[in-house]
Every structure is written in C-alpha cells, then in structure tokens.
Write a protein that binds this ligand. Structure first.
Ligand code: DUC
Ligand code: ZN
Ligand code: ZN
Length: 487
C-alpha cells in the first residue's frame, strides 16, 4: 500500500471541470494520488464535510510597490503573502513597477530583493511598463519573458504612466512575437483629466466626485480602442479591472470574433457601489479606486459576465493604502478626490466573498469558483502544467474550505497591514480552514504555520495562443499590401 507524507481524507474535491469524492495523497510537495483507500500517510487531515480545492492564484495585487506619485503600499511581501494565505491563496502574482528612467532589469532585481526573503507562498510578477524605450522593448522585456516573467501591464491613462497608441502597437507586436501577455489599464486619459479639472474648478472636490470624474464611457472607449489595436496586429491583450457592462461586452464580442482578448473584474465592482464614496468627511477616501465603484446594476452585470465566461479572471486588485498620512490622507485630512491614493485592500477576502455570495447563494457553481479563483489564472499566466488543478503530478497547493464556517469581517481580523477593510461588518459563510503550498501546511485553524521566504519564485510558460481562430482575413495581408512585411 502506498505511503504518503500527507493524506487529506474524506473530503469533496472540486476542479474547474468536476466535483467528486476523493482522498488526496501528497508526496514530496506534489499530489501523488487521488481516489478512495489510496494508502496511508505520516500525517492525515480529516476533510469530512469540507471542500478540497486548488489553492487560490491571485494575479492582480500590489505589494511593496510605489505608486507613480511615490506612495508605497502598506503591505510588503510578508504581510501581503500572509494575508493572501489566510484567504486561501497559495500563489500571488503582484506587479513589479517600472518608473520612468528605470531599466526593466533593475526593476526585476529590486522586486527579487523585496519578494524572495519575505513571501510565505509562491510568487511571480507581472512587470508594469511605463518607459518603453527601444532597449526595454527589444531586449529587456524579451529577456524577462525568458526568465519566466511572461506578462506585463501598460496604462492608457495617468500622465506619468501612459503609453501612446503607437507605443502600444510596438509593445503588442513585441509581446506577440516573444510569448508575452500584455495587460492593460483601459481608461481614456483626456476624458478623465477634462472631468477632473471641471469638477475641481467648480468646487466639487469631495471623494464621491472621484466616481464622477471617471465616467463609464472613458473605460468603454479605451477598451474598444485597445481591442482595435490588439486585433489589428493579432496580439493577445488582457483588460484588467473591467468595471462596466459595455466594457465586458466589448471583450465578449472580440472573443466571439476570434481575437485573443481577455477580461478581469474585481470584488469591488461586484460588492460595493459609488454610494460608498459618499461618506462623512474623508471616509469616502477609503473607497477611491480606479476605475471607480459603479452601481447595483453593474454588480448584477458582473455576475453574468463571470458566469458567461466573457470575463475570465476575478482578482482582488489589492492596493493597500492606510487611512492615514502614509496612504489615503497623504494630502491632508480632507484631501480633494484627485489627490487620494487609488486602491482598496482585499487580498484576503477575494475568495471568501465569492464563495459566500456566489457558491453559497447559488449564483455560481463550485467549478466556476475554482475556475475564477485558480484555474483560469493558471492557464492565462502559464502555470497550468503544475498549478490550479488537483491532479497527480501537480503541486500540492490546496485550500480546504469549510462551507458552513461563518465569519464577521473586521479590519482587526485581517492579516494585511491595513487599518480598515471596505467590507467591515460583512457576514460571510464559508472559509478556507487549512491551506497548503507545495505540501506544506501554511495556515491551519486560524494559525500561520509558514515562515518568511518559504515561497518560491515561479517561472511561467510563454502565453499560449492555441484555440484562437480569427474568422476574418487579417486587415493587412499579402494580397492587398503589395508584399510588404510590416508586423
Ligand atoms: N490600477 C490598478 O490596477 N490598481 C490600482 C490603481 C490603478 O490605477
Ligand atoms: Zn490599473
Ligand atoms: Zn491594480
């Protein structure tokens, strides 16, 4: 009879494609066997009445990252990864941000030093590219892809980060040709700047006007333009933090056209609204993020888009800035909306919110929950050969969920380095009670078992374009461009 290091016994396993009763045998950090009566182990975990799910893969979070205005997130790789682990995650992919004037190589070295000694769970990075010099595009980014950092984000907004449409095309073609996945923050810079100026000039400077300054149409215009640019050069493109029905529909339409277009939404657009910005004094600053919170119809729309598969990713966009002078109040105790650091904390609550509001309320299936918290991210970001599924040969990255456990959310109960949570007082049902990363128990019965530096850097595979078949002839083809090879 086989002997394992650990046996998870009596639970219900769910992958993105099926839910079934099985014990899970773990050896040397990998899943070694699945089935009933598969053997014995040095350590047995009783999972009766529980779900045994792939550990969450959180691929949109900001950790130990300076914003373009120099504000540092409150979480470093220790507190950020611990908080992620308590929320059922076993891998994080935060951003490594280039600021103008910095080389990509220096950015990677900097984030290696920030992450490796501190992360308690596995990690990788997406780069943020704000200075697309020839060297960055033609040498440093392809070299980063070779190292397994195969995704990066660009911005269509913010004066200190924006790339022009021409730069965007160069970047898309380079990524397409080198196995990279471009991610984009899609909002129309000019519309937002125009709105900010008009609002501030007229004295509308309270936090709630942040939402007014980023109209839906600024997102929709940028999403449609991004799709036009990417499909013109047949390159993959992932729209992060989609906050509008029309933006998600544009993504869905482009996918129906065979374009390599993907979309992500976040808990804040599904569980909060712009009304949350309309609080006493500066309290609304706690809810300033970009794109901004929308309304209750958007919440319904996002459930539909996640279920329909028009959006493939559900990520926290954890961007933790404390409610003090180090973060949200860096411009004083009554900051105008355009001087408030953008972002909400939520890495620990991402999956529990989706479980409680989604699985337990019948809005999504358990399999869809697994797709949205783990498997889709593994596939899009080149880790699906060893993460995001419970199967023999895969890393033993496992979250054991008690579907009945009820929790009242408080800032004090979170493990991040924040002084508030936007979800204070929420009652959630279902929580990950035991979490394992590569076979090591990292969280058990509300206790951390992992140590700083236990997490490993994950070198990711190139983006895989298999399955995308544009039905139309490319815009520029041999017969109509007189043989010119352009891109
Ligand atoms: N974009 C993000 O992805 N997060 C925080 C702020 C922003 O503009
Ligand atoms: Zn963004
Ligand atoms: Zn973000």
């Amino acid at each position: 009879m086989a002997t394992f290091d650990t046996l998870i016994k009596g639970g219900t396993v769910a992958n993105s494609y099926a839910t079934f009763k099985a014990d899970v045998g773990i050896r040397d950090g990998k899943i070694a066997a699945l089935g009933i009566d598969i053997g014995e182990a040095n350590q047995t975990i009783d999972a009766k009445g529980k779900y045994v799910l792939p550990g969450g893969i959180e691929t949109h979070c900001h950790i130990a990252q300076e914003s373009s205005t120099g504000t540092m997130t409150s979480d470093d790789y220790y507190s950020g990864s611990v908080s992620a682990a308590f929320g059922g995650n076993t891998t994080i992919v935060p951003f490594a941000a280039q600021h103008r004037g910095q080389s990509i190589n220096d950015v990677i070295s900097l984030y290696d030093s920030r992450a490796a000694p501190h992360s308690v769970i596995d990690y990788s990075y997406h780069l943020i590219v704000t200075d697309p010099t020839d060297a960055a595009i033609n040498e440093q980014l392809p070299a980063a892809f070779e190292r397994g950092i195969t995704s990066f984000k660009v911005f269509m907004t913010y004066d200190k980060m924006i790339v022009s449409d021409e730069q965007f095309l160069d970047i898309l073609v380079m990524a397409r040709d080198n196995g990279g996945l471009t991610m984009v923050h899609a909002e129309n810079n000019a519309m937002i700047k125009w709105m900010v100026k008009r609002l501030i000039d007229r004295g509308y400077d309270a936090p709630k006007y942040h939402a007014v300054s980023h109209p839906r149409t600024s997102e929709v215009e940028a999403v449609r333009r991004g799709i036009a640019l990417a499909s013109f050069v047949e390159a993959p493109l992932l729209f992060v933090h989609i906050s509008t029905d029309a933006g998600a529909r544009a993504v869905a339409d482009a996918r129906m056209d065979g374009c390599m277009i993907f979309g992500e939404t976040c808990p804040q657009y599904m569980f909060l609204t712009a009304e949350d910005l309309d609080r006493q004094g500066a309290e609304g600053a706690k809810y300033c993020c970009s794109p901004p919170l929308r309304d209750t119809q958007t919440q319904i729309d996002m459930w539909r888009h996640l279920n329909a598969g028009s959006l493939q990713l559900y990520s926290s966009d954890h961007a933790p800035y404390r409610f003090d002078a180090s973060g949200k109040l860096s411009a004083g105790n009554n900051p105008p909306f355009n001087r408030i650091a953008n972002g909400l904390p939520g890495i620990e609550l991402r999956a529990p919110l989706l479980f409680s509001e989604g699985v337990n309320k019948g809005r999504i299936s358990l399999e869809t929950f697994v797709s949205l918290t783990a498997s889709n991210a593994a596939k899009l970001f080149g880790m699906d050969d060893h993460k995001g599924t419970i199967a023999p040969g895969f890393d033993a990255d496992i979250a054991i969920w008690d579907p009945q456990k009820s929790t009242q959310v408080t800032a004090a109960g979170m493990h991040d380095n924040m002084d508030y949570t936007p979800f204070e007082g929420w009652e959630l049902t279902g929580w990950p009670v035991t979490v394992m990363n590569r076979g090591r128990v990292i969280v058990d019965s509300e206790e951390l078992k992992a140590t700083a530096g236990d997490g490993q850097f994950i070198a990711r595979k190139p983006f895989d374009p298999t399955g995308f078949i544009p039905p139309r002839a490319p815009e520029i083809e041999e017969s109509t461009n007189f043989g010119a090879k352009l891109f």
